[in-house]
Design a protein around this ligand. Sequence first.
Ligand SMILES: [Zn+2]
Length: 170
Amino acid sequence: MVGHFPEFIDPLALVEKRRQFKGSLPFSKMPHLQDWLLSREGEAKFDLRFEKEGRIAAVTGKVEAELELQCQCCLEGIPWRVSSEVRLGIVRSIDEADLLPADYEPLLLEGDEAIPLADLVQDEIMLAIPPIPQHERCSMLSPEPAEVVPEPKGRKNPFAVLAELKKLNQ
Ligand SMILES: [Zn+2]
């Protein structure tokens, strides 16, 4: 880990103090992200500024990581590079979030408790991961189209045959 940064942060207080944190956090601090990783080794780099942008308490900067996701088709690894520009507007309610300009993602603070800095970094990375990771050309996907079985001709629907038999017996 490089840089000096707290493990837990109070984003609004940091905005007031106009703080900036730069460093790296291991994936082991990001439990939700870990579920997506084939290799859990590694770390994410971040550079985050907390400051007012007009009337918005904002978190801006960058999050970068080299991940190894698991292909949901062949279960092999997929190298996945994340390089995300961060632009968050700190809000205290959904209503406030609706008022944010479109280029801000809301960072919803529900209580007065400090949040783990790793959660913030994790959320940014999660946004950059596809919902179903898959190789662009996965070896498990057969290049030939599925074989089309032709409809048998001249064969009667067995139920139709049954109906006819019933008629004969009446
Ligand atoms: Zn694959």
